[in-house]
Design a protein around this ligand. Structure first.
Ligand code: ATP
Ligand code: MG
Length: 244
């Protein structure tokens, strides 16, 4: 199948999904003129010493809830199956098998994640399998990567929403630096706040916050539902009337 257009791919642990992820996806979309962005939760992230706190299913659910009102952004479940670590090079191969050319795929990372690119599976070949879009993260400007990764500086170019690159400029995979101001939030900060029963409002979309609280994720104390009223009571009364 021949594909047209440009697809953005944002992989991550999303433990939990938060406003920084959404902002990075939207900044990459604007600067590169993407047609869609797929958010791809990792089942087993390869670059971590400890494994995620929430299950892959909960992390996928939080991504889907967090983007529910954002058109053009999708939750993709392809890394949730299979046994080993979720390597980006394997994920890119699955998109290639679906007809996406390297020149059409834009793998999005924050500047902190891309700084570690030399440790990624199949580096440096992976840089030829897709474009990379590196979005600044508070405290880590994308431009600083030119100095940090001098071997890759010749591949780096700046992308801006005012003038996304033309098709002729994207025939060869490159590393696109995007200077966007994303919110200063991390999943680690949310997990710590939830474990302390501190508010996480404003750090993550409201439906994600609700999911964390409802399911007691990250050690959040569960609020016991009042036995007196509420939709569950109404539903069980209805059930009782209907069935007996
Ligand atoms: P943790 O604190 O557990 O590492 P995180 O907030 O860094 O979580 P990840 O799931 O590790 O979230 O990140 C997925 C991708 O999103 C990474 O490429 C990361 O750099 C990027 N990202 C996360 N938060 C931001 C942000 N505020 N601005 C820009 N990029 C971000
Ligand atoms: Mg991280």
């Amino acid at each position: 199948m021949t594909r047209t257009g440009r697809i953005g791919l944002l992989g991550g642990t999303f433990d939990p999904f938060h406003h920084g992820h959404l902002a990075a996806a939207l900044a990459a979309d604007a600067a590169l003129g993407l047609d869609a962005v797929h958010l791809i939760p990792a089942r087993i992230p390869p670059h971590r010493t400890s494994q995620p706190s929430a299950s892959p299913e909960h992390r996928f659910a939080m991504v889907a809830l967090g983007i529910a009102e954002t058109p053009g952004v999708l939750a993709d479940d392809r890394e949730l199956h299979g046994d080993g670590p979720s390597y980006t090079s394997h994920t890119l191969a699955t998109y290639a098998a679906q007809g996406w050319q390297a020149s059409q795929m834009f793998f999005i990372t924050g500047a902190d994640a891309f700084a570690e690119i030399a440790t990624w599976h199949e580096y440096p070949a992976i840089l030829t399998r897709a474009h990379f879009v590196v979005v600044s993260r508070p405290g880590r400007d994308a431009a600083s990567l030119r100095d940090q990764l001098p071997a890759l500086a010749s591949r780096m170019r700046v992308a801006e929403a005012a003038a996304p690159p033309s098709p002729a400029e994207t025939t060869q995979p490159a590393v696109w630096l995007v200077h966007a101001k994303t919110p200063s939030v991390s999943a680690t900060a949310i997990r710590l706040a939830a474990a302390d029963n501190r508010a996480i409002t404003g750090m993550t979309p409201p439906l994600v916050e609700q999911h964390i609280v409802r399911h007691g994720l990250y050690g959040r104390a569960l609020v016991s539902p009042s036995p007196a009223a509420g939709p569950l009571k109404a539903a069980s009364e209805l059930h009782a009337q209907e069935h007996g």
